[in-house]
Design a binder for this molecule. Structure first.
Ligand code: NAI
Length: 334
């Protein structure tokens, strides 16, 4: 039996955690034979609710779960971590300015970055989900200088899965018959869902998506806006944000970090730009196509970028540069 790994989920009393914790505890992410110690962090007023989550996790009686530790203390939550899934963040309240939201989150992710630096293993893999996910992830990495930057990523897999599902539905295919869609940029409505390099399998034959759908107007218009605005559409209908699909996307993302991506396939992840890939400025936390092997990701290099894509990729980069600038101003002062 391997040694247990220590996995932290923050925002553990929230709605995404309620769904993702069961998948992790069942072994859907790290495998059925990998023992786990789950650490659950939330804020002090949520501790009673969190005790309820702990009881339910125990009652699931899953084999991989060896221990659950629920806490409101960072020094307990971040100790010796192998994986940190940072879901908890400050939500936007009515009348709250975007800048105030950014500032509140800089404070949280600066503190959690410093806790990672101080208490977690240096090999810890950090996945940021809480919004604004890209900039929160950059803040955490900046505040954890002893942990390699490449260990940090943010979730754009939900957008990636949404894009995949839209294409599959359009062609009446299964989702596994669609691969290599890309989400470029920010996990916000400026993201660019790109299917220029995506492939579909129709009657056993691999085709490009443009060739299969034969409707450039849809792919350059309605498809993009549907994926960009899907989160808002779910909130409008459910009066709550996406939680089941966000949880599934977290599982896909972390499972790929742990076990790697299939041969010939790439996935979308927010990672820190090296300044040499696709003309995106250095040190921006931007969603790129990546492949993963031995728990390390690499950029998918050399995809040709046309003028339509270039414009959309630059637009979302511009938004991220502005967010970064504001966040780093606050970082110095909070
Ligand atoms: P929720 O409001 O149900 O739960 C959030 C939890 O975080 C609450 O229990 C809250 O007390 C906790 N929290 C707040 N500050 C904290 C801190 N400093 N430390 C630890 N816990 C803290 O929200 P939900 O639906 O679970 O969503 C969580 C976040 O994920 C939101 O920011 C949401 O916008 C984001 N999200 C991101 C997606 C992505 O694709 N990147 C997709 C869907 C949601």
């Amino acid at each position: 039996m391997p040694e247990p790994i220590r996995v932290l989920v923050t925002g553990a009393a929230g709605q995404i955690a309620y769904s993702v914790l069961l998948s992790i505890a069942k072994g859907d992410v790290f495998g059925k034979d990998q023992p786990l110690i789950l650490l659950l962090l939330d804020i002090t007023p949520m501790m009673t609710a969190l005790q309820g989550v702990v009881m339910e996790l125990e009652d699931c009686a899953t084999a991989p779960l060896k221990e659950v530790i629920a806490t409101d203390q960072e020094e307990v939550a971040f100790k010796d971590l192998d994986v940190a899934i940072l879901v908890g963040s400050m939500p936007r309240r009515e009348g709250m300015e975007r800048k105030d939201l950014l500032k509140a989150n800089v404070k949280i992710f600066k503190s959690q970055g410093a806790a990672l630096d101080k208490y977690a293993k240096k090999s810890v893999k950090v996945i940021v989900v809480g919004n604004p996910a890209n900039t929160n992830c950059l803040t955490a990495s900046r505040s954890a200088p002893s942990i390699p930057k490449s260990n940090f990523s943010c979730l754009t897999r939900l957008d990636h899965n949404r894009a995949k599902a839209q294409i599959a539905q359009k062609l009446k295919l299964g989702c596994n018959d669609v691969k290599n869609v890309i989400i470029w940029g920010n996990h916000s409505s400026t993201q660019y869902p790109d299917v220029t390099h995506a492939k579909v399998k129709v009657h056993g034959k691999e085709l490009g998506v443009y060739e299969a759908i034969k409707d450039d107007c849809y792919l350059k218009g309605e498809f993009i806006t549907t994926v960009q605005q899907r989160g808002a559409a779910v909130i409008k209908a459910r009066k709550l944000s996406s939680a089941m699909s966000a949880s599934k996307a977290i599982c896909d993302h972390v499972q790929d970090i742990w076990f790697g991506t299939p041969e010939g396939e790439f996935v979308s992840m927010g990672v820190i730009s090296d300044g040499n890939s696709y003309g995106i400025p250095e040190d921006l936390l931007y969603s790129f196509p990546v492949t993963i092997k031995n728990k390390n990701w690499s950029f998918v290099e050399g995809l040709p970028i046309d003028d339509f894509s270039r414009e959309k990729m630059d637009l979302t980069a511009k938004e991220l540069m502005e967010e970064k600038e504001t966040a780093f101003e606050f970082l110095a002062s909070v």
